[in-house]
Structures are given as C-alpha cells and as structure tokens.
Design a protein around this ligand. Sequence first.
Ligand code: MG
Length: 188
Amino acid sequence: MSHNSQKIRVLVDLDGVIRDFIGGLTRIYRREFPDHVIKTVRSRRLEAFFPIGERIYDFIDRQFLEEILTGAPPYPGAIEAMRRWEHRFENVIVTAQPRRWRYPTFIWLGKFKVPTNEIHICYHKEAVEGLALLDDFVDNLEAFRATGRLAVCMDQPWNQDWTGPRVTSLNEFYQFVLEAVNSRNPEG
Ligand SMILES: [Mg+2]
C-alpha cells in the first residue's frame, strides 16, 4: 500500500454473500434425500423449505456440519472481485458463526484463498469499525445503518423487504462504495 492511498475499510459478511451456504446444504441434502423437493429458501426458517422440517438443524449441526461448511461453493465471481479490488479496499470478514462452525469456516476461507487480513466472528457487526457493510440479513443491515454508516444488501430471496441500497455482486458493491465515497469527497 502506497503511503498516499488509504484503503477503504469495508465489512463483508460470509454466508449468503461470499459462501453459498444454502447451495452447499442443498447439495448434501439431495445426496441424502434424492426424492425430496426443496422449496426456494426465503427466510432463516430452514424448516419451512426442507421437507425434513425441524430435523434440518440436526442434519446440519450433528450430521454433516464439516461437509456442508467446507464443501459449500463460493458465489461465482465473488472472490475474484475481492482480489481485483484489493488495492483499493481493506476487506474485513464479519460473520456470525456458532462456536462449532468456526473451524470449518476458517478452513473454507483458506481453501478458497479469500483475500482478507482480518476476520471477526461476532453477532454484533455494527460494533466493528468500517465504512460500509455488505450483508444478506436485514437485521444486521438495520443495526449497521443505525450507526449512520452505509449498509448494503446482497440481493437474496430472503431479504426482499430491505428498502435500502441493494447489489447483486461483490463487484457492484465496490463500485457502489467508491461512488458514495467520491460523492462525499469530490477530490478523492
Ligand atoms: Mg449472511
């Protein structure tokens, strides 16, 4: 980093933004229950979309946790965009993970060479310093926006009630943040 170009520090969520957790879960679920029809996931209430209902939580946490978390695919282009913009942005991963999810999640971040120098595993993302947050969960976006900072939604079927800024890719997010920064500070 050259001394005269300060990178823009942004907070980036993991699941639903970089890692396709639902895609990873769906792949293992279909392998175990080839005849089941999964509905489009439209909320955090997974039991409403997977035919085994409440047992989906045991399926994830007790049976296939490592396989689901380490085997989930990245969203196409997400990690590439993070690398492409790394000269301008400091990517801080901020993700809420239950305790047992942490280790396979660290493996995943290394496996896919996610370009970051800082990872926070926490539920209160608004407590972390950063100019903007990219997240797919409306509660996180609202808490972050309440601190007066830029909360940007990654478009997903489960967050259609968010009325603030919305993007469909990491690439679009970086462009959006740059425009916001430039409009505040025209010389920048
Ligand atoms: Mg998320």
